[in-house]
Design a protein around this ligand. Structure first.
Ligand SMILES: Cc1cc2nc3c(=O)[nH]c(=O)nc-3n(C[C@H](O)[C@H](O)[C@H](O)COP(=O)(O)OP(=O)(O)OC[C@H]3O[C@@H](n4cnc5c(N)ncnc54)[C@H](O)[C@@H]3O)c2cc1C
Length: 542
């Protein structure tokens, strides 16, 4: 740290500077700190989110939170806030007719594919948990601070930070920057990166209110309730003990000719009236607490990287909330980027590894954004028509079954998405979850992996494991290794088939828990080191 000629300006250096410290930026900071990277996270607001916003958290996001040790506390808090395992359905009013059932029980039929469950926890409860863990791990978190400008050159970026309360400025020099500054990302604008897609199709509003809806729920366990009637189209979410929640409204009036600017000029009185109509009851007193305008849009950035700066979260893709994918996709961007940045910062990988971030995450961003749009059209806005709309894919395909094709994956390109139980350890897919026992403890195979490369071998794959440490020292890549029946028990004998490696093979799992390479072959002892080292070199761009 050094003083500049202006005593208000201090120079700092870090490995990664993250612009924006909400759901995605804070996750980025947490994951980088977990990898030992010196990270500064800069957030305009003076604290974590005050509005609930994202709440539907997928199994994949929970797996990521599990890897940094906070799955359990997130589960506990989620149970205090929301009913879990609820349904997602459509009604004409809460007290009225049920129109459609999209998901009967949020976790039914999906427990086999992951050690984690889907949960509902709003950003206002989740972000403090992320913040606390990031803090424990040494991330440098700057609230109430703006990144007011930045410039980049060949070796890094120089950003000016300004504290909102005391006006104090700091200059930060960093080799890498991540823009997690949301849908209206100024960083993205400054980089000249355009957005492409369906554009904005509604000036929506979220109305936060208090009202005791217990009698209207009639004992039903509901997580998301779409409301479609001649007055409005949107969705409800209620918190325990069912005396508060929000109504997001996307359109008003005749569905054949809807008014899609809901936000402009909305008064508190009209908001109360709309909530009353959506509840379908005059008997429940309603207090409006807040109204938040937002744009329903489905757009993806043309590039996820410009020089030393990467886009993540809503700055990279903006999608309607239908399906609950937006925040989760951003968390998964951060997870994909964190290990790559960490390896480059530590000198364990070539900078070329960082090119695989866009190669892997932009197709997923495109696919997921289209899936959110398809759900918006089919659940809320059929008036938009199905021309140019992708068919609705299975929720698990979107949440867990997305796959990567890039230089950081060895093997034929997998399908862009599939049901996770179909992947069978194909390179480019999330490594399958199998319950195992290690040191007497029941674990998931996923618990073996992060945050470094891992070789997992079948029972007769001893040669692969014997070669692992030599391959690691030849490549300079940290590598752990585990063999079935030796380093862990596979009580249900599910592991070899789940990973497609037979009795003699092995797989290399990347630090993000994705399969990078695999072989079902019985390898010759003198070849194993070079095969593993070759795969590690290919994946890390060395
Ligand atoms: C009604 C609704 C319901 C939703 N439900 C879900 C759901 O159930 N599940 C789900 O996954 N997603 C959901 N989403 C989407 C989800 O809320 C977003 O995808 C997610 O919040 C994006 O997070 P982010 O961190 O990328 O961006 P943001 O949350 O927009 O955060 C960006 C942050 O950057 C800060 N910032 C901006 N510029 C600067 C700067 N120059 N300097 C410092 N700080 C800066 C801002 O203050 C802000 O805090 C929902 C969205 C809506 C509107």
């Amino acid at each position: 740290m050094s003083q500049n000629h202006n005593s208000q300006i201090t120079n700092h250096t870090c490995d990664v500077l993250v612009v924006g410290g909400s759901l995605v930026g804070m996750t980025m900071g947490l994951l980088l700190a977990h990898q030992g990277v010196r990270v500064i996270v800069v957030e305009h607001h003076r604290g974590t989110a005050i509005h609930p916003r994202a709440a539907q958290i997928t199994q994949r996001t929970m797996e990521i939170l599990r890897s940094v040790g906070i799955e359990q506390i997130v589960r506990e808090r989620s149970g205090e806030q929301f009913v879990q395992d609820g349904a997602i359905m459509a009604v004409d009013t809460l007290d009225g007719r049920e129109l459609a059932h999209f998901i009967a029980n949020l976790n039914e039929g999906i427990r086999d594919v992951s050690p984690c469950e889907r949960v509902f926890i709003s950003q206002s409860l989740l972000e403090p948990l992320l913040r606390r863990r990031a803090d424990e791990l040494g991330a440098d978190l700057r609230y109430g601070t703006d990144v007011v400008s930045f410039e980049q050159d060949e070796s890094g970026a120089t950003a000016t930070l300004r504290h909102r309360d005391n006006g104090q400025e700091e200059v930060v020099r960093t080799p890498w920057m991540v823009a997690a500054d949301g849908a209206h990302s100024r960083t993205r604008d400054q980089l000249g990166i355009s957005m492409h897609g369906h554009g904005t199709f509604s000036r929506s509003v979220t109305i936060y209110f208090r009202a005791d809806v217990t009698s209207l729920l009639r004992g039903r366990n509901l997580s998301v309730i779409y409301v479609n009637n001649p007055t409005l189209r949107g969705f409800f979410r209620f918190e325990k003990p069912f005396d508060s929640g929000f109504l997001a409204i996307n359109a008003l009036g005749d569905p054949a000719n809807p008014i899609t600017d809901v936000a402009t000029g909305l008064t508190e009185e009209r908001a109360r009236e709309l909530v009353r109509i959506a509840l379908g009851s005059d008997a429940v007193p309603i207090t409006i607490e807040n109204m938040m305008p937002w744009n329903a849009e489905a757009d993806v950035a043309a590039r996820f990287r410009a020089g030393r700066v990467f886009l993540a979260g809503d700055s990279a893709h903006v999608m309607p909330p239908n399906g609950g994918f937006g925040g989760n996709t951003g968390v998964q961007d951060a997870h994909n980027l964190a290990w790559k940045l960490a390896m480059v910062v530590r000198g364990e990988a070539d900078e070329a590894l960082l090119d695989t971030y866009e190669a892997e995450r932009r197709p997923v961003g495109d696919f997921t954004t289209e899936q959110a749009y398809s759900r918006y059209v089919t659940r809320t806005a059929p008036y938009l028509g199905t021309d140019g709309m992708q068919p609705v894919a299975g929720d698990l395909d979107v949440e867990l079954g997305y796959a990567y094709a890039s230089r950081a994956v060895c093997g034929a390109a997998p399908p862009l998405h599939e049901h996770p139980s179909e992947s069978h350890g194909r390179p480019g897919t999330r490594a399958p979850h199998v319950w195992i026992v290690r040191n007497g403890q029941r674990l998931s195979t996923l618990d073996l992996y992060e945050p470094r490369f891992t070789l997992v071998a079948a029972r007769d794959g001893a040669r692969w494991c014997a070669a692992a440490s030599e391959a690691a020292s030849r490549t300079g890549v940290r590598l752990a290794s585990y063999r079935a029946d030796v380093d862990f028990e596979d009580p249900e004998r599910a592991f070899p088939d789940a990973y497609g490696i037979g009795a003699n093979g092995a797989a290399l799992i990347r630090p993000d828990g994705f399969v990078g390479w695999r072989s079902s072959a019985r390898v010759e002892a003198d070849q194993a080191v070079e095969v593993i080292a070759g795969a590690l070199r290919a994946m890390t761009g060395r």
